[in-house]
Design a protein around this ligand. Structure first.
Ligand SMILES: Cc1cc2nc3c(=O)[nH]c(=O)nc-3n(C[C@H](O)[C@H](O)[C@H](O)COP(=O)(O)OP(=O)(O)OC[C@H]3O[C@@H](n4cnc5c(N)ncnc54)[C@H](O)[C@@H]3O)c2cc1C
Length: 611
């Protein structure tokens, strides 16, 4: 169908252009951006990298049996392709709109969200006592993976709700859990995370929103919330019946900085004792940001307490709000890293379809001088294989990380520590690669990638946010070379690299990369100044991520060679080989940057550098 839209008879003519607006705006069932779930590869990663079978041996995850896992992965893939993907293009073109204080989404979004809630996809990993299915986090990652590949902007709605659920689950009182969790878990209500303010971005500790105790009256014991939050994802919309905002604010007399921040739950509509919805709370969406991408995700400037009547409840301990946020930040960052995988998958599928149809020139190395589809040219092959093997690498890292998180929740401390080390790697490298892969997707489309009609540009525009939010990738790398470097007395990170070097002794490049990572980590732990560490943090983070992804891909290739996933028997050895022979050596080359130190960076005063 895509072919018919782009080209007629494989010739490079834009013959269907007059019909294009019709097709673009049709929304549901539009043929413009189909999505085919990579079910086999996802299942392979879930089995090999997350180790789902071993997880299901523990009583907590006993019902995650092979049949159920397959049913979920296939089911959500089909749902995403059928319901979310057809809305991706119209969401980009029309976007979310603010009309008289109400955020409207293009036609079809409400029905698709209703179907998502009705089919129970929101509840996969939430606790059973609040209506969830209590399945491993690994499977929740797969739900988000499919939904996000289908429609990255729309997927942010359930993704943000997960953050709110986790905050209330871990830090809310029993009453708060009973009041808010069932409807958040089902998806009837949605959630938001409110950290950012105009003067508080990466430095969350600088935030100024306030919370004043209410001494008497109907809301005694609660707090009056006042302040402005910016960039709040899905901060206002009508797809869910209520929106539960998690808001960071300061109590009177709270210490300056991050030690004086508390966490509050602030519902859009008050919730009565019997669970019914009461009056509207004093909060509103002031405006929507005009963005580079994810246009269907309303990014809201939110105002709390314009009339001094915005009521919220404290979650957890006073002044411990940032700590509470940290609890779920790990998973939130994994979910953003997952977005790199999602958009890379979608861009790769589109580039493959285009490269198979677009005919240009004969293949230079062939005696046959008939023009061929561009997929036959060596450089296009290189680009396509790069896209595919990077995408599979992010996926392997994603599910390895998710499996470690799941092991952590059943008491495996070493796995919990390892997941902490893996999170910045996945978030930073995964999202950087999402941008790279979707950028290559544009390149493969040639000029048609730069014009908007094909949709290739949308993937790149959408991908660009993921390295920025949920802690920029620079902040992720800083986390790696500070907090994560010292975890478990420094052994968490060293142990990881040593294990890779040991297990991959038969792969020279990979073993070399892992050994280099261990050397850099030791240098950073014992010799380098803080400035030197931070100066080398991003290249080091990339090296570490490539080492882990290569290791996990190698495990996949071995499993496929042993007969797992027969449908991938031809393709997997090639994509893994490409990764090990082309991507890994590039990462080895980053060592110079990782260990160069900060001296050169500070050899010019800021005025001279900027001048
Ligand atoms: C579309 C979108 C959706 C968002 N959704 C939400 C949401 O739902 N909830 C929410 O609370 N926020 C949200 N955000 C905000 C987002 O998390 C912030 O934009 C992000 O944390 C970066 O903050 P900033 O924009 O103020 O950039 P800054 O903090 O000003 O950073 C600018 C640059 O300086 C670098 N930098 C800053 N400090 C340091 C440092 N100490 N060391 C090294 N480098 C540094 C950064 O890495 C970055 O490259 C969203 C943002 C966008 C654009």
């Amino acid at each position: 169908m895509l072919d018919a839209l782009y080209f007629v008879g494989g010739a490079a003519k834009w013959q269907t252009l007059p019909d294009l607006p019709d097709l673009l705006f049709k929304g549901r069932n539009s043929p413009v951006t189909p999505y085919t779930p990579p079910t086999e590869d996802q299942l392979l990663a879930i089995r090999v990298n997350a180790g789902i079978e071993e997880l299901s041996e523990h009583e907590k995850f006993a019902h995650a049996e092979a049949d159920l896992v397959e049913a979920i992965v296939e089911g959500v893939g089909q749902f995403a392709a059928g319901e979310f993907a057809p809305l991706n293009r119209v969401g980009d073109l029309e976007g979310a709109k603010l009309e008289n204080g109400v955020v409207r989404l293009p036609e079809g979004y409400r029905e698709a969200y209703d179907a998502y809630v009705e089919q129970g996809w929101n509840a996969i990993a939430s606790p059973a006592e609040h209506g969830g299915q209590g399945l491993p986090f690994t499977l929740a990652c797969n739900v988000l993976e499919n939904l996000g590949s289908a429609n990255m902007a729309f997927n942010l709605l359930p993704m943000l709700s997960v953050g709110a659920i986790e905050a209330i689950e871990h830090h809310g009182s029993n009453d708060q859990q009973a009041k808010y969790l069932p409807d958040l878990v089902s998806g009837k209500w949605s959630g938001t995370m409110n950290l950012t303010e105009p003067a508080a971005g990466s430095d969350v500790g600088a935030l100024r929103s306030t919370a004043t105790p209410i001494e008497s009256g109907e809301h005694a014991g609660k707090y009056l919330i006042k302040g402005q939050k910016i960039y709040i994802t899905w901060g206002e919309h009508e797809l869910a019946e209520n929106i539960i905002h998690l808001v960071l604010a300061r109590l009177p007399g709270a210490p300056e900085g991050s030690r004086g921040i508390s966490l509050f739950v602030v519902p859009k509509y008050h919730v009565n004792e019997d669970g019914s919805l009461g009056n509207r709370n004093d909060l509103r969406c002031v405006s929507l940001e005009h963005k580079l991408g994810i246009n269907a995700s309303p990014t809201c400037v939110m105002s709390y307490g314009d009339n001094d009547e915005c009521v919220g409840e404290l979650i957890g301990e006073p002044n411990r709000g940032l700590m509470a946020m940290f609890t779920m930040m790990n998973n939130a960052r994994i979910n953003v890293g997952n977005q790199g995988n999602q958009i890379a998958e979608r861009a790769t599928q589109q580039a493959m379809a285009y490269a198979t149809e677009r005919v240009q020139s004969s293949r230079a190395g062939s005696p046959d001088k008939t023009p061929v589809a561009i997929i036959e040219h060596p450089d296009v092959r290189r680009m396509l294989l790069r896209m595919k093997s990077l995408t599979e690498g992010i996926r392997a890292l994603l599910y390895y990380c998710a499996g470690q998180v799941d092991r952590g929740t059943i008491g495996d401390q070493a796995a919990a520590d390892r997941s902490e080390v893996l999170v910045p790697l996945l978030k930073a490298w995964g999202t950087d690669m999402g941008v790279e892969v979707s950028g290559i997707g544009i390149q493969i489309h040639g000029g048609m990638g730069f014009v908007e009609e094909t949709g290739a540009a949308q993937h790149w525009r959408d991908s660009r946010i993921a390295p920025i939010y949920e802690g920029t990738n620079g902040i992720q790398a800083a986390d790696l070379v500070t907090r994560k470097l010292g975890l478990a007395g420094g052994e968490a990170i060293i142990g990881l690299f040593e294990e890779i070097a040991r297990e991959c002794a038969d792969e020279d490049n990979l073993a070399h990369l892992a050994t280099s990572c261990a050397e850099i980590a030791r240098w950073m732990q014992s010799e380098a100044s803080l400035d030197d560490r931070l100066a080398g943090s991003v290249p080091f983070c990339t090296m570490a991520a490539v080492a882990v992804a290569g290791w996990q891909l190698k495990k996949q290739a071995a499993a496929v060679a042993d007969g797992m996933a027969p449908a991938l028997a031809d393709v997997k050895p090639v994509t893994v080989r490409f990764f090990l022979d082309r991507i890994v050596p590039e990462a080895i080359g980053l060592k110079a940057g990782a260990t160069a130190g900060a001296e050169l960076l500070y050899s010019l005063p800021a005025e001279q550098l900027a001048g």
